[in-house]
Structures are given as C-alpha cells and as structure tokens.
Design a protein around this ligand. Structure first.
Ligand code: ZN
Length: 268
C-alpha cells in the first residue's frame, strides 16, 4: 500500500512540513502500519505515535488508497466537531484536490462534498464526532479510523471506539485503525495497544548493528546543569557497544527499523 502512496499521494503546503509527492522514506516506520490495510490477517491497527510523526498522514493515505483501489464504506472519527471540520477543510479536501488519482473519483455532483462526509464514485466517506454518538452509529462501514483517541471521552451511550467498531461487524474483511499520541497508561490508545501483539520499532545500531528499541532510561546527560545545557549534553549510547548514537544516525537507522511483536526479538 505504501507504494501506492509514494506514487500518487500529493501533499499540499500547509498539510505537512513538506509538500509535493509523498515519500514514505520520510517516515519509514509508517510503512508497515499502512501496509496492514491490505494484509488480510490484520483486522485492527493501533498506532501509538509521538506528536508530529506522520500518523494522520498515514491514516489519510489509507483512505486515499481505498477510494482508488479498494472502495468500500469508510468512516473517520475525530474527537470533536471542530476536529472534523479542520480535518475536512485543511487535510482531506487539499489531499483530494492535489492528487489526481483521488480527485478522479469525485463525480462533480453538488452535494457530494459536505461537512458530514464525501461521496466518491464507488464509495462513501462518513465523518464521526466522538462527542455525538448518533454521528458514529448508523450505516455499516468496512473501514473505520479514529484519530487522537486519547482525546475521546465516553458519552452517555458509551465508548466511541466500541460504537465505531460495531459499525464494521457485518464485514468479515473489516479494518479498524486507532491512532493517538499517548497521554497516560489508562488512556484509550494504550489500552488498545495492550490488546495487540504490542509491536515496537527496533533499529540497528549504526556502529555494531545490534537491533534495539530506544528507551528513555538509556538517555544520558550531564546532571546539575540547567535544563538547556542538560538537553544539549544528552546522548544515547548503544546498549550493546556503548558508542553514542547521534540524532542524525538515529534518523538514518529508522529506514532499517523493524516492527517486532513483544513476544519476539531480532536475530542480529
Ligand atoms: Zn552498538
């Protein structure tokens, strides 16, 4: 699936820090979650990503791919109505307008595009607001994505994540994607992650090649410094060889990173 995005997905100014043709090499760790969309063995994908790491772009690429290659009813759920409007106006419409491979699936009918969703030639995208249960309940969908789930709160009708998932029940090939920057351990994204196979990104040390996950407890910095100096002095030594992995080396190593379930390790 990521190959489709590399070929057809255009990013506009304002949508991302870079514009032009999307390149999955910018965020190579997003390739596997995206490719899960077309992996029949995967039903649910939970992305626990930091802020500004491309998780919304990842989700939008999935919608775009479905519109072009695998049409079916879809729903995007955001935490608030303002989030829905922002996503529609500033991310989804620019994505469609700038990417001919997607815009060719618009029919030109006046009421195809609204703040409630978009009708394409072969499928429908619905928007859901997690604060309004009736906007989530309704017609069945095959693909549902919920963005920033830690900002979603239960309503009187229940958990918006469960309600959204229920809409996919009639599809044996359904996909449910949840993404969020994690806020706390009892948050919705972490609780969802705990029910998964708990993949983490292992990257190879640029010096000795040993694969490892990056852990906060391994960061070293000068004590008794002011915060700015402490930040400048921070280094990350490899757990195997002890040599310092710089920020630039860490970014380069992401290209060779592998997602590994919690129950497995990497044979170096
Ligand atoms: Zn090393």
């Amino acid at each position: 699936m990521h190959q489709w995005a590399d070929r057809y997905r255009q990013l506009t100014i304002g949508e991302a820090s870079r514009h032009g043709l999307y390149q999955s090499s910018w965020t190579p760790y997003a390739r596997e979650p995206m490719d899960c969309l077309i992996d029949p063995s995967v039903e649910q994908i939970t992305c626990v990503f930091g802020a500004q790491t491309g998780k919304t772009t990842l989700v939008l690429n999935m919608f775009a791919y479905m519109v072009d290659c695998d049409p079916g009813p879809m729903m995007l759920v955001m935490p608030t109505e303002a989030d829905v409007h922002y996503m529609h106006n500033h991310r989804i419409l620019p994505m469609i307008e700038s990417s001919p491979q997607i815009s060719r699936h618009l029919t030109g009918r006046a009421d195809d595009i609204s703040q409630d969703g978009i009708s394409f030639d072969r499928c429908q995208l619905y928007y859901g607001n997690a604060q309004v249960s009736r906007s989530i309940k309704g017609r069945p969908v095959r693909f549902v994505a919920l963005d920033e789930v830690d900002e979603m709160e239960d309503t009187k009708q229940g958990d918006p994540l469960s309600m959204a998932a229920q809409r996919t029940n009639t599809y044996p090939n359904r996909k449910i994607v949840k993404t969020s920057t994690p806020t706390w351990q009892k948050g919705k994204v972490w609780q969802s992650y705990l029910k998964s196979d708990q993949r983490r990104l292992w990257i190879p040390c640029p010096h000795c090649g040993k694969h490892q996950t990056l852990e906060w407890e391994h960061v070293r910095w000068e004590k008794d410094e002011d915060p700015e100096k402490a930040c400048e002095s921070a280094v990350y030594p490899c757990v195997e060889c002890g040599q310092v992995i710089t920020d630039a080396q860490r970014r380069d190593a992401l290209a060779d990173g592998v997602w590994v379930p919690a129950a497995a390790t990497v044979d170096d």
